[in-house]
Design a protein around this ligand. Structure first.
Ligand code: NAG
Ligand code: NAG
Ligand code: NAG
Ligand code: NAG
Ligand code: CU
Length: 398
């Protein structure tokens, strides 16, 4: 009897191996379908004559949409135009007074300083998605208006390269990448993420760890942060207690991890995220349900890059790949909204403080977001709810 069961299991296994669909390919196809549905819904919306409800209502039409594309589908020329614009932005003088943030040295740092300063009010809060949509858009517009960039913000589709992100067009270290992995540091222990009183999440280290020495950002100096680095090998590397606003020049380090990408930001994770039913569930799954051991696609992307500053929640925008990661975060929110725009457009959920510590009121659509010296001026949550209304007029292509 036992033998029979065993041999039938083997037989079923063999049959399965021959005909089973590849789960990754299957999930990627589902992601494509959902994105196509979102695109169709946005097209419908823009071709209908429905009036916009926003105060700053612009006249976003289909032909005016700025199309954000995945890095891998940009030509070398387009990639170079983007990284050149970022390098230009890193050389422009800061607007933030050094009396306020002693460490700022560039326009690029204005954005980093704003993110560091507001970290505890923009993650695991009601503002998380809208704040990062506004932040990424303001950065994209600054590259266009201040550095002559004519393209759109590219994004990083994590699912495409989950098995080997270090060899992806984004991180392969070529002149047409966002720079490569950090230099290999031997003997690294596990990375331990601490989140309040929840059980720590222990992750395998990546295959770098040292300074980035390849690609467009090989000579780039990080000026601010870190504030709260994960434990590496049981001790905090780099980040002391402090505000992160002091001048702390250092090389950019990365510790790219295929294991983290595969575990948390694979094609199935993206599809599972897109099938959440409420915004509360969507944004919690995206950021990782605390205590579950799952860091979500948001944490997955950040810790796939790892190192300093990408591994620090506060100063992660110090790594220019941040904006490609948040392009994809925003893409998933856009798809999710478009799948039922009537009911999802104005859905927000959460309070004003990180995991509601200390307890604070719920965020409302009338609350304002202000990026300080990064620019943009104060704007209400309400105006950030649609990518084709308020200040926005963009879309995503796969
Ligand atoms: C990590 O800890 C182990 C054991 O204590 C040690 O041998 C190793 O050198 C440490 N690695 C680093 C990068 O500090
Ligand atoms: C990077 O810095 C080194 C040493 O200062 C210099 O030789 C090299 O030309 C720089 N590379 C770029 C791309 O700026
Ligand atoms: C893909 O991600 C999900 C979490 O979103 C996880 O449960 C699953 O184990 C991951 N797949 C692999 C192969 O690690
Ligand atoms: C940091 O945030 C505080 C409180 O919102 C604000 O008063 C201050 O101007 C901010 N600093 C910068 C550099 O944005
Ligand atoms: Cu952030």
């Amino acid at each position: 009897m036992r033998l029979t069961v065993l041999s039938s299991v083997v037989l079923i296994g063999a049959a399965f191996a021959q005909s089973a669909p590849d789960p990754t390919a299957d999930a990627l196809a589902q992601f494509q379908d959902l994105t196509a549905e979102a695109q169709a819904a946005q097209d419908d919306l823009l071709s209908s004559t429905a009036t916009t409800s926003s105060k700053r209502a612009n006249t976003c039409t289909k032909d005016k949409l700025l199309v954000r594309k995945p890095w891998g589908s940009l030509s070398n020329l387009e990639r170079k135009a983007y990284t050149d614009a970022v390098l230009c932005f890193q050389k422009l003088p800061a607007k933030t007074p050094t009396g306020l943030v002693p460490g700022v040295r560039s326009r690029y740092d204005d954005f980093l300083a704003t993110h560091i300063n507001q970290t505890l009010n923009i993650h695991y809060t009601g503002t998380f998605l809208a704040w990062h949509r506004w932040f990424t858009w303001t950065y994209e517009q600054a590259l266009r208006n201040e550095c002559g960039y004519t393209g759109a913000q590219p994004y990083w589709n994590w699912a495409l390269y989950a098995k080997d992100p270090a060899s992806s067009p984004i991180f392969d270290g070529s002149d047409y990448s966002m720079s490569g992995n950090g230099e290999y540091i031997a003997g690294k222990g596990p990375i331990t993420l601490l989140l309040g009183d929840y059980a720590p999440v222990v992750l395998p280290p990546g295959t770098g760890g040292g300074c980035v020495t390849t690609g467009p950002f090989k000579n780039y100096t990080i000026n601010l942060g870190p504030v709260s680095m994960p434990l590496n090998n049981g001790s905090v590397i780099g980040g002391g207690p402090g505000t992160g606003l002091a001048y702390n020049p250092r090389c950019m380090k990365r510790d790219i991890s295929a294991a983290i990408n595969t575990a948390f930001a694979n094609a199935t994770s993206v599809v599972k995220l897109l099938t959440r039913n409420t915004i509360a569930d969507f944004q919690l799954v995206m950021q990782g349900v605390p205590g579950s051991g799952n860091i979500g696609v948001h944490g997955g992307g950040h810790y796939t890059i790892g190192g300093d500053p990408a591994g620090d929640v506060f100063s992660s925008p110090g790594d220019p790949a941040f904006y490609l990661h948040h392009g994809m975060i925003d893409l998933t929110w856009w798809v999710w909204q478009m799948l039922d725009f009537t009911h999802r457009r104005n859905q927000i959920s959460g309070t004003q403080t990180f995991l509601n510590q200390p307890p604070s009121p719920d965020v409302t659509l009338d609350d304002t977001i202000d990026l300080s010296y990064a620019g943009g001026g104060p704007i209400t949550m309400r105006e950030l709810m649609s990518v084709n209304d308020g200040p926005f007029c963009y879309t995503y292509s796969l």
